[in-house]
Each structure stands twice: as C-alpha cells, then as structure tokens.
Ligand binder design. Structure first.
Ligand code: ADP
Ligand code: ZN
Length: 194
C-alpha cells in the first residue's frame, strides 16, 4: 500500500499518473478510481494541473471501488482519496489482502490545516508514504498547506466546506503564509500538537 500526500499543487496527481503509466509499461492491468465529487476535469480521467492524464472510473462510494474492480486488475490507484469516508481504509486493506498493489493520493490537510478524513489512518497503514510539497505562492518557500480564498479573502475556519454562490479559489502556501482567521464570537478550537 502506497500513499502520496501533500497540499494542492504539490504534484500528487502527477505522481499517481507517473506510477500507473509505469505499471502499464510493466504490463500490469491497472484501474484508477476517483470520487464523483471531484469533477474538475470531466468525469472519466484523472488530470494533473500540468495537463497529464489517465483514464479513471468515477465512483460514488468507496464500496463501489471493490464492486467495480476487475478480477485481472493488479494495480488499483485512488485519486482524491480524502473525499471518501472512513470505509475506504477497509477497502484498501481488502485489496492489499487480495494481492493488489494499492496507490492512493490525496490531501493530508484540509483548508483549515486539520488532518483530512481517512488520510491519517491511511498514512499509518501504508508501507510507503511520499509527502510532496508545492511552492508557496506568497514567499516561495515549501508549500505544505492549502489556502482557501472566498470572495478574495482568506476563508474563515468556521466556513462550511461548500459555500453556494461564493467565488472560491485555492493556493499553495507555507505554514507561515497560510491564513485561517476565526469569525469573531466563534469558539476557538483547542489544538493539540501543531
Ligand atoms: P496536486 O494533485 O497535488 O494538486 P498536480 O499533480 O495536479 O498537483 O499539479 C502539480 C503541478 O502544478 C506542478 O507540476 C506545477 O506545474 C503546477 N503548479 C501550479 N502552481 C504550483 C505551485 N504553487 N507549486 C507547485 N506547483 C504548481
Ligand atoms: Zn510562504
């Protein structure tokens, strides 16, 4: 089990595509899955910000990965794995037990800088982990965080993940330039560790 994590623009999709293309060269049957929630570049491919792409099966739930996995498939890749629920962890374990090579890619942190969904568990279980870094668009240092911008200003910690009608964008930023203001009056969560 392999995991590729990092902020947005860190090259996770690029790396996933590189690994699956090499598997094809090795004549292994490959299937790439991605959640339907991520339809940025059309449904039937995964595509990196650099433009490289590979065919992908969009699935609505992690269970669908098992049911749509063909018997001859030896390499299973899952992009945007952070959008699946906790069950995706069992799906990956099952596939590995059945002898498949499993390659997952996804965000380690959400826009608030908090661990993202099932990714912490996958980080613990994977044999091989690669944590990639983007370039901070503010200062040029290592971009390890994803800055969410709503209507031109940093998103608040308390903002919902989906904001209907808002102009939204995302940037790669370093820990210092990453900004997550709290709304006045909101209870500030107690953080353990960093
Ligand atoms: P991810 O899947 O992690 O979001 P991609 O693999 O889709 O990343 O895209 C990585 C590519 O994005 C880089 O090779 C580079 O061409 C481009 N890119 C754009 N902005 C940045 C940035 N701030 N830092 C690094 N790469 C960037
Ligand atoms: Zn910075």
């Amino acid at each position: 089990m392999e995991l590729v994590v990092g902020s947005m623009f860190s090259g996770k999709s690029e790396e996933l595509i590189r690994r699956v293309k090499r598997s094809v060269i090795a004549r292994r049957a490959v299937q790439v899955f991605k959640p339907t929630i991520d339809d940025r570049y059309g449904a039937l491919v995964v595509r990196s910000h650099d433009g490289d792409s590979f065919v992908a099966v969009p699935v609505r739930s992690s269970g669908e990965i098992l049911s749509r996995c063909e018997p001859e498939t030896m390499v299973v890749a899952i992009d945007e794995v952070q959008f699946f629920d906790a069950h995706v962890v069992d799906v990956c374990r099952t596939l590995v037990q059945r002898g498949r090579r499993v390659i997952c890619a996804g965000l380690d942190l959400d826009f608030r800088g908090e661990p993202f969904g099932p990714v912490p568990a996958l980080l613990a279980l994977a044999e091989k982990v690669d944590k990639l870094q983007a370039i901070c668009v503010v200062c040029g240092e290592a971009g390890t965080r994803t800055q969410r911008i709503v209507n031109g200003v940093p998103a608040y910690y308390e903002d919902p993940v989906i904001m209907i009608g808002a102009q939204e964008s995302y940037e790669a930023r370093c820990r210092t330039c990453h900004q997550v203001p709290h709304r006045t009056g909101a209870a500030v969560p107690v953080r353990t560790g960093t």
